[in-house]
Design a protein. Sequence first.
Length: 95
Amino acid sequence: MKATQEKIPRCHTEPEPKVRWITRIEELEPVREDWLRLETSVRGRTIFSSYDYAVPWYRNYGGPRGKPLVGLARLGDRLAGVAACAVWDGTLGRV
């Protein structure tokens, strides 16, 4: 039996999210207000996803080997999601 692909109708008309990646701590300050606004609209979030946790973490624990990698997903002008990650240079141990 051959599988067919059907187009699934979209239930909403919002545009596709556009993602911008930030790689420097200094680039986070301009998105602070949008990030804080997003936090208030998300139920069940943890402290680890907050702006007030992420920025000091990058400054104090990122160190010389770690760099921020923060994805900002926007729907139009509205911040719709944040992925706070880090790029770490080095190895975890000997294999």
